[in-house]
Design a binder for this molecule. Sequence first.
Ligand SMILES: Nc1nc2c(c(=O)[nH]1)N[C@H]1C(S)=C(S)[C@@H](COP(=O)(O)O)O[C@H]1N2
Ligand SMILES: [Mo]
Length: 197
Amino acid sequence: MYFGKISKKTNDRVPPNQNVTTTFPVLHHGNVPYYKNLNEWTLRLFGEVKNEAIFTFSELMTLPQTEYQNDIHCVTGWSKLDTTWSGISTRAVLNTVELLEGVEHVIFHAEEGWSANIPFEDFAKETSLLAHSFNGVPLTAEHGYPLRAVIPHLYFWKSAKWLRAIEFSKNDKPGFWEKNGYHNYGNPWKEERFTWD
Ligand SMILES: Nc1nc2c(c(=O)[nH]1)N[C@H]1C(S)=C(S)[C@@H](COP(=O)(O)O)O[C@H]1N2
Ligand SMILES: [Mo]
């Protein structure tokens, strides 16, 4: 009976047509950047903001740090439960900028011009974060070192690896996968996978 309860609870956590994996697959388009020196890296906040901001990695590390545990769901069909990330909550990031009126969308800009769009509301959700560590150790290059978005309530393609800028916008700007047929929002519970099916 005890195990029955546990597995029911687990099933409630797995969106339709997803399979739980204990591995950690690596998925992306383009090349993995290998930073030798974090002096080469900055994070820019721009768009509908009163003042643009550019953070070095060490400046970001002075912001309040949080550890989050959540489940992630990739559109290709794997889900990974109880992943532990540490970093800066998007709310803490928002405390550093003064937004202009009418911001409704956020666009993550990564290396090589890759991008992903999410509604502002989803960016500001309390479970959304910018992660620098997974399971207590810095991200590997393949998983997004030095900083990636983690937006666990949407399919994992929204969770930009190798994040370099965050744009606040009045208008929506579909990103790399969204322009290539992925759903614009990507709710795993509604199976918002592709626009061609
Ligand atoms: N910069 C960048 N971030 C990206 C991608 C990408 O192609 N480029 N792919 C996304 C996709 S499709 C997935 S499923 C996840 C995979 O993250 P992982 O490799 O850490 O599992 O990263 C997302 N973030
Ligand atoms: Mo993906």
